[in-house]
Design a protein around this ligand. Structure first.
Ligand code: HEC
Length: 173
């Protein structure tokens, strides 16, 4: 009799934390993905019409690239008389290292959009582009498509011009 009671007691003791752990797990799973709860419910946020970030959405990538190239060469974009292309012809100076990164001129860690607006406000002497504007997206698309310089080549002494020269440290054994 007493043995049985003890067994029941032990079984309950073991089961309670297991049930609790199961319950907690479920709650977390539901919280992490609110859309998993009830995807068909009317109140489900994923079923709602999303709020657009801008009224003039652009869905055509070719059009966006055209717009980026035009803006890149536009000397009227700022007030300094320069275009982005004046200092960055064919994307010169655009490096492949991903943003955000530290850049000397702003002396700050910036995202691509922030660097574009830094160049808009400083070398271009213009106004910063609106964050959600198609123009900013078009310039970002241009930068990404034309970034070619590899930072590593500059920092790495073995990337120097005369790899066969006597003075080249990389030629030494
Ligand atoms: C008067 C010259 C000048 C003009 C005009 C100019 N830039 Fe720059 N830009 C620079 C210089 C110099 C740097 C390098 C900054 C550094 O490394 O600290 C730079 C850096 C950048 C970078 C970061 C490149 C990297 O390291 O990845 C981007 C992006 C950029 N410019 C975009 C633009 C855009 C977009 C325009 C036109 C709206 C523009 N620039 C106009 C001089 C210019």
């Amino acid at each position: 009799m007493c043995k049985n009671l003890k067994r029941v007691f032990v079984a309950v003791l073991l089961a309670v934390p297991l049930i609790m752990a199961g319950g907690v797990k479920d709650v977390y799973a539901a919280e992490k993905n609110p859309c998993a709860k009830n995807p068909c419910a009317a109140k489900n946020p994923c079923a709602m019409k999303p709020k657009p970030i801008r009224t003039n959405a652009i869905t055509d990538k070719a059009k966006l690239m055209d717009m980026g190239a035009k803006l890149w060469n536009d000397t009227k974009l700022g007030t300094s008389g320069a275009a982005c292309a004046t200092c960055h012809p064919d994307g010169n100076g655009l490096k492949k290292t991903p943003f955000p990164k530290y850049l000397k001129m702003p002396n700050d860690i910036v995202t691509l959009d922030q660097m574009i607006n830094f160049c808009m406000m400083n070398p271009m002497k213009g106004k910063p582009l609106a964050w959600n504007s198609v123009e900013l997206t078009a310039l970002a698309a241009y930068v990404q498509a034309n970034a070619k310089e590899d930072d590593k080549m500059m920092k790495q002494p073995c990337g120097m011009k005369q790899p066969c020269g006597m003075k080249n440290p990389c030629g030494k054994k």
